[in-house]
Design a protein around this ligand. Structure first.
Ligand code: ZN
Length: 217
């Protein structure tokens, strides 16, 4: 599975284009897709198909989501009600991550969805919990050594590859570019940042790109 950092988060620069229409994307596609990965169906139950048709007879299997006949079509209309139910008739839950509503109005999974995802995580996807990532092993593969890490504002960056540095960039945790430079001493240089979590990326003259995270208190 591949996830490009340029499409994640509300400040991502990429417009979501669906069937020739542009939408403001808040970079939450992955939230929806991980919902599927952890066993959730679309909130309208897919009875009428993914994009067209309508069916109130097919359910998403969750007790606490209202009956919904079709996807919301990237709108934010909170009064929309595609299924009229005899008891407990509620409008469509376009706030749900498993709808195709405008991402600016999505903000929930229901309690049933959460407990279903937890069950799937602990059974069908339990490899995610059991596999331990050895971070020291990852750091050994990187050509970038940051010291000290964590540190306090001033960091020495050491590029351990035998290739020369072409460009280094520093991003904050939200993906905002803070520094972009070509260091004079290409094996070792300093960066200065305020408290936070950062990523430094180095591209060398061979075109190899490496990234490492560092933390400033
Ligand atoms: Zn989906």
């Amino acid at each position: 599975m591949v996830l490009d950092f340029r499409v994640v988060g509300s400040n991502n620069p990429n417009i979501l284009n669906v069937q020739g229409m542009d939408y403001d994307s808040h970079g939450r596609t992955c939230v929806h897709e991980v919902g599927h990965y952890l066993g959730l169906r679309h909130i309208w139950g897919d009875g009428g198909g993914i994009f067209g048709g309508s069916s109130c007879s097919v359910d998403d299997g969750m007790e606490d989501t209202p009956n919904q006949g079709e996807q919301t079509g990237f709108s934010c209309n909170k009064t929309r009600n595609t299924c009229t139910d005899v008891s407990n008739d509620l409008p469509d839950m376009l706030e749900n991550y498993m709808d195709y509503s405008d991402e600016s109005c999505q903000n929930i999974f229901t309690e049933d969805q959460v407990s279903h995802m937890r069950k799937v995580l602990e059974n069908q996807r339990k490899g995610l919990i059991e596999s331990q990532v050895n971070t020291s092993e990852i750091n050994n593969y990187s050509f970038i050594k940051v010291s000290p890490n964590p540190g306090m504002g001033e960091f020495t960056i050491h590029y351990t590859s035998d290739s020369r540095v072409l460009l280094y960039t520093v991003y904050d945790i939200s993906g905002k570019l803070l520094i972009s430079a070509n260091p004079e001493n290409d094996k070792q240089f300093k960066v200065f940042v305020s408290p936070g979590i950062y990523y430094i990326n180095i591209i060398d003259v061979k075109g190899i790109s490496t990234s490492t995270r560092f933390i400033s208190y």
